[in-house]
Design a protein around this ligand. Sequence first.
Ligand code: PBG
Length: 329
Amino acid sequence: MDFPLIRMRRLRRSEPMRALVRETRLHPGALIAPLFICPGEGVRRAISSMPGIFNLSIDEAIQDATEAAKLGIGGFLLFGLPATKDEQASGAWDQNGIVQQALRAMKRERALDSTLLIADVCLCEYMSHGHCGIVRETANGAHEIENDSSVELIARTAASLARAGADIVAPSDMMDGRVAAIRDALDVDELTDTPILSYASKFASAFYGPFREAADSAPQFGDRRSYQMDGANRREAMREIELDLSEGADMILMKPAMPYLDIIRDARDRFDVPLGAYQVSGEYSMLRAAIERGWLDRDRAILESLVSIRRAGADFIVTYFAQTAAKLL
Ligand code: PBG
């Protein structure tokens, strides 16, 4: 059968018709909004490279989260900006760390009962040098990011965040063996029911640029290419996921999203675990910039970018557009 018997346009004639045959849907419950928590009270500090996104003190974060929860958003991904940083990332695993305090405060809010609090687990925001692990100077004066000693601190951080109330812990550091170490640390602490959402496939990306202002976590020297993946590698991403799952990851997070949609599709076809994707800061800022100039239609561009990520195979999306998109849905 062929034209004129078949006319594909028959099913595109009206919005109800298009809605009936729509293959991919977005819903607020599958959107996760990042939150950048900073010390103080009444603080709402704009991030210049991410218009519309703020560093928020705990009280302000609770206000924003409550509003977002009313929209039916699935959850929040918490990042912390500690008052001080050092070379052991003490603020990351301190039981009184900024995110630990935020988690305890948010868990007391009944209005947030319907949403998940996901704690990003990394050391970079808490390290004076901004790297995701412990730095050692080598004999010739170069710097090396140590794996195993970093994993110890990362596991300690995850357990501390879970104790403070995180519903899910999400390691984003890309050290080897961290998922097993985190599972172990959680289980020893009788946190056997806390799931691990592993940023299993995380590429070294220029698209994290704006985040580093938002989280004040730019590396002071070198870059992250000795631990995050090379953007050219598809097969390696599958190996990373396989390893994290074998170490006990319950879910995986793919990152960035738009420049890596093929990797999301590969992962979806290969692994039957819940899979999220992170529409990262650079993806957000790029769209925002074009929207502000009037070069892109705001609502359509935002929703199309999110549908593309769902269509590639992501079950849920971490996105700075979560609130805006939820209002449109
Ligand atoms: C921490 C971390 C980063 C992001 C999430 N967790 C920064 C990085 O790896 O440099 C980036 C998120 C974004 O760009 O929105 N390791």
